[in-house]
Each structure stands twice: as structure tokens, then as C-alpha cells.
Design a binder for this molecule. Structure first.
Ligand code: SAH
Length: 379
């Protein structure tokens, strides 16, 4: 873990080690989630030629193979040997729910243990997979259901890539070279704060972006952060994906309350980091997410201040009607005030779509995700 993140954690956060980190004698190696060079190292250690790694990579990430037996370019003996020493572990699907608007939510038990949720939001001819980055979350944003759950652990690359594999399996979108896909985009907007699990997210996204595998382009991936300023530049430089920032308030006193991370990295610092985000330009704008909370942050004066704050940043503003959850201490702004807010932002020259809530009936909308076992316990 990156040392500077330590001060973010709250009482009750556990930070367990993923199962895969525990050294168990004679344990098979899960090939899913290894970088290309790690996969090569494993292949060499088994006495196989280096080019076998490229073939295996192709089978796992291009063809979606779930078993070594499917890897017919490998020769029977090689496959048998792989079977003994290695494995291909995907997350287990604990439950799958389909909303009446076709949003799909999986409750998964990832290889590293615990429970996470992954959501697919289909549009007519494309769709976004919303991937989780941690089991639970350390940030405690007041309007977010996941934030009421302690952080249990960081997801490892096998857990993160595994969410994509499950979705591709479900929609039968293998091989990767198949033309237009429903699973076209990825948003790192599920449970957890991706920049507080930077190395694992980086490694996983590089696997997902690899052109000889899953091959989702960085232009189709958006990482959302609550504003962990110290790693924003590295996110742009080393991962290169689109950035979304959960701004949600235009004054520090309010943002301190609803996004407590603001006490460490206040609005001014956050916006400076946005101004210098590598690769931000007009064709590649930063998305500011803004949850609409009745009488908290939704006045026209707030909208004007928002425009003043972000002026000069190539940006768009995504207004998110607050999605309620049991015991939530807020109400959603009225449609009228959301529209007024949007008009002010729009008139200032920023695109300001209102995010249509999806999957509310199965608690799959923004900020409604939470591990099911914990939900039940609280009940
Ligand atoms: N930790 C990251 C990733 C979560 S993304 C982040 O904070 O950006 C999920 C988005 O939904 C964030 O903008 C989050 O603030 C927002 N959100 C959380 N709870 C919500 C709720 N109940 N209603 C609407 N949006 C919510």
C-alpha cells in the first residue's frame, strides 16, 4: 500500500490481505490478473518456451477461455502440465439481478475473497460496465451507501479483470475481435476509491487495454475519483484513461461535510490538479460529477459558483439525481431545481447532462452498491 494513503483510513477499516497473497504450499498459480511479463516468467519457470505466454494470453483475454483444455494450439501435454500447476479463476457469481430497465447487477465473490458488486448499464448499441475497485470504501461520503461500509480490502488485478471477464461471458462477447460490442465502455465507478488502490487498478487496466486481449481503448475507460489529489497526475501519465471527479459541492465547508476527503485536499487543490491533468483538452474533457441534494448544494448560486470554479478547465458536468438508500440522510433535489441548475451550467458553455438513474429497482444506481452480506447484517 502507498504509505501516504494511510492517514485516510477510518476506525473499523480492516485492510485484509487478499487470499491470493497468502502463501499456501503447492497452491496453483491463477494466471488471470498477471501482467504479460509475469505470465512469461511463469511459463519459463514451467520449462515452456516464451512464445507460449503469448498464446495463453490470447486464449484467456482474446478468446475468453475458461479452461486449459480449450487452448488447442498448445498441445496435449502442455495443457496437462498447465492444469497441474496453474488455474484460471474467475469471480464466483453469488447472485445476478436484472432491472426492468435492463441494467444488470452481479454480486460476486472475487478470487481474493469478500463480496463486491459489478453493474452493467446498457444503452441501445453500447453500454458501460461499472467496475468496483475495493471491498467497501474508506472515504465515508455522506450520501453514498458504499461509504457506510468499512473498507475491507483492496481488490487485486485478478478481482478487477475478473469483473470484466464475467460480463463478457454473460453477454457472450468473445472473441475480443468480434465487431460492435454491447460492452463497449468501462467506468471505474463501483465500490471503493480507485486512486487509493492505484497499483492494482493500473495493472488491471493495462491488462484490459492490451490490444492483443480484451482491448478496450483508454478513450473508452473513465476513472472516477473523490479527489485523491496526490495520484491524479500519475493516473493520467501512467494509465491515460479519462478522469471523472466527484466534486458535489462548490464550498469547502459543505464539501468537508459530504466528501470528508476534502478536509485533506480542498477544492482549490483538487481543481489545480484537474487543470494539470495530463491529456485534458477539449476533445478529452474532465467530467465533474455533481450529486443533486435538496437544499444542500442545488441552488442557482451554487451552479454559478461551479461555473466560475471550473472556468478554463476542458470540462463537462454530470448532474446525478441523488439515489436514495435505506436510512439515507438526504433527499433528491426537485426536478425543477435540477433543470434550473443544468440551465445555468449549460448557458455558461458546459455540457451538463442529467444522469438518468438506472437500475434503482435492484439498488444498482450510483452510490447504492454495498456487499450483500453486510447489508443483511445491518438489517
Ligand atoms: N470513489 C469514487 C468512485 C465512485 S463513483 C468516487 O467517489 O468518484 C460513483 C459516483 O456516484 C461518485 O460520483 C459518487 O459520489 C456518486 N454517488 C455516490 N452515492 C450516490 C448516491 N446515493 N446518489 C447519487 N450519486 C452517488
Amino acid at each position: 500500500m502507498i504509505a501516504e494513503t494511510a492517514s485516510i483510513f477510518k476506525k473499523g477499516d480492516m485492510i485484509l490481505k487478499p487470499h491470493s497473497d497468502l502463501s499456501v504450499k503447492n497452491k496453483k498459480i491463477n494466471l488471470i490478473g498477471l501482467s504479460r511479463s509475469e505470465l512469461e516468467a511463469v511459463v519459463l519457470s514451467l520449462g515452456l518456451k516464451k512464445f507460449r505466454a503469448k498464446q495463453i494470453w490470447h486464449w484467456i483475454y482474446h478468446r475468453g477461455a475458461r479452461d486449459f483444455d480449450e487452448m488447442t494450439s498448445l498441445g496435449k501435454q502442455t495443457r496437462a502440465e498447465l492444469q497441474v500447476k496453474c488455474e484460471l479463476i474467475r469471480p464466483k457469481v453469488v447472485r445476478e439481478q436484472l432491472s426492468k430497465d435492463a441494467t444488470r447487477k452481479w454480486l460476486l465473490n472475487p478470487p481474493g475473497g469478500g463480496e463486491i458488486e459489478t453493474v452493467f448499464i446498457p444503452e441501445e448499441d453500447r453500454g458501460a460496465l461499472c467496475i468496483s475497485s475495493q471491498v467497501g470504501c474508506a472515504l465515508s461520503c455522506k450520501f453514498c451507501h458504499t461509504g457506510t461500509q468499512p473498507l475491507i480490502r483492496n481488490l487485486v488485478p485478478a478481482d478487477i479483470v475478473g469483473q470484466m471477464l464475467i460480463a463478457r461471458d454473460t453477454y457472450r462477447e468473445w472473441p475480443s475481435s468480434q465487431g460492435r460490442k454491447l460492452l463497449s465502455n468501462i467506468v471505474m465507478m463501483g465500490m471503493g476509491e480507485p486512486l487509493l488502490n492505484f497499483e492494482n487498478i493500473k495493472k488491471a487496466l493495462h491488462i484490459i487495454m492490451d490490444p492483443e486481449g480484451i482491448a478496450v481503448s483508454k478513450r473508452r475507460i473513465t476513472l472516477s475519483t473523490a479527489g485523491y489529489v496526490p495520484l491524479m497526475k500519475r493516473c493520467g501519465d501512467e494509465i491515460g484513461v479519462n478522469l471523472a471527479v466527484s466534486l458535489h459541492a462548490v464550498r469547502d465547508d459543505i464539501r468537508d461535510e459530504i466528501v470528508p476527503l476534502n478536509r485533506k485536499f480542498p477544492i482549490k487543490e483538487l481543481l489545480n490538479a484537474c487543470r494539470s491533468y495530463p491529456g485534458a483538452h477539449n476533445a478529452r474533457r474532465i467530467t465533474f460529477e455533481y450529486v443533486m441534494l435538496k437544499d444542500v448544494n442545488d441552488s442557482e448560486a451554487d451552479a454559478k459558483e461551479l461555473c466560475r470554479l471550473i472556468s478554463g478547465i476542458p470540462a463537462k458536468v454530470n448532474l446525478i439525481p441523488f439515489n436514495s438508500w435505506p436510512g439515507a440522510p438526504f433527499e433528491c433535489s426537485s426536478e425543477k431545481s435540477i433543470q434550473k441548475f443544468a440551465n445555468v451550467v449549460n448557458n455558461a458553455g458546459y455540457s451538463s447532462p442529467v444522469r438518468r438513474p438506472r437500475g434503482r429497482d435492484i439498488l444498482a444506481a450510483c452510490g447504492q452498491l454495498k456487499s450483500d452480506t453486510i447489508r443483511k447484517k445491518l438489517r
